[in-house]
Design a protein around this ligand. Sequence first.
Ligand code: AMP
Length: 394
Amino acid sequence: MSAPVLVINSGSSSIKYQLVDGETMEASATGLIERIGLSDSVLTHRHAGEKAVREDRFADYGEGLEAMVAAFEEHGTPLADAGLIAVAHRVVHGGERFVQPVVVDDEVERAIDGLSALAPLHNPANLEGIRTARKLFPKLPQVAVFDTAFHATVPERAHLYAVPSEWREEHGVRRYGFHGTSHAYVSRRAAELLGKSPKEVNVIVAHLGNGASVTAVERGRSIDTSMGLTPLEGLVMGTRSGDIDPAIVFHMHRQTGASFADLDAALNKRSGMLALSGHGDNREIEKAAAAGDRAAQVALEIYCYRIRKYIGSYIAALGGADAIAFTAGIGENSAEVRARALSSLVALGVDLDEAANAAGGPVISTPQSPITVMVIPTNEEGEIASQTAALLRS
Ligand code: AMP
């Protein structure tokens, strides 16, 4: 490995990690630490095709990351001998300030903390990971890479909301967008597959995972994206509503007396496909729909219809697209969702090749299709490592 980077993605009770080469974007080891703070924590470490599982109690992030260090010592190369150039952290919200990756110091930590109001479910956990890793690896640069940064190029016409000026000026209310490292990586790969430079093509990326967003990428720059101030806006997701009339919140508050915290949790954790079908996981929904479950069938119809509307509107926003790329768990694996999301877009230039779609791509449109449709596995950790290596080289 010429530029080994330890990439850390800290969630509310879990940490994902990968040892990635910042030059080739290839991972040599990956792991997941789950149920941190509970009595039945689990660390799963994968290296050279082997999987090691340790069940233990990791009281906090510090104990979790120490277990990660031990896993590297027991399986393959210890981190101390890996020649790490940095530890890189995925940070969900960079606000208006962080439009590039940054080396973390105390002041950057405080700024990320200050952005927690915009991402209360994510930034505090990301910051805890950073603080813990700074203690554990005091000699290595710690780099923060932001999910919002790729969307810093979205122009005012798409990032401003028509809301009172003091909301925008004093409280940072605007569209930020998320999944930026995925949209950046996949749109670049799409250009590569077309044999063109990113600057020569317009690409629409549909990142369809548990969280989901669509981005319009014009000549390498994000010009619109479906998530907004927070990841709640846009597509229907596993447990998030996506777009709704905001007055629903006031209506439900007045009708039921539910607090804003309850309503926030309802829209982020108890809505979306879970609310429509009883399942948050797409595989279960597709299985139930195939077995005749009407709620699951309707949920899938709503899910795909919302994607179709976004893709259609982004073809208009871009004034025509060269490619549409599907990525993440559902985008990469569900031929059914891809086919249904693209149905009736023939008039807009999408001619799907059913057999290629069933086979999984990478190209799933016919050779005559004006817009090339692709399936591209995302590589968020690789992109984070690559951006980190580029920052340290500069
Ligand atoms: P992610 O957040 O990218 O890990 O994506 C998670 C989502 O991808 C879940 O809803 C899974 O059910 C879905 N998914 C993963 N594999 C498949 C598959 N083979 N077919 C359909 N959906 C899948």
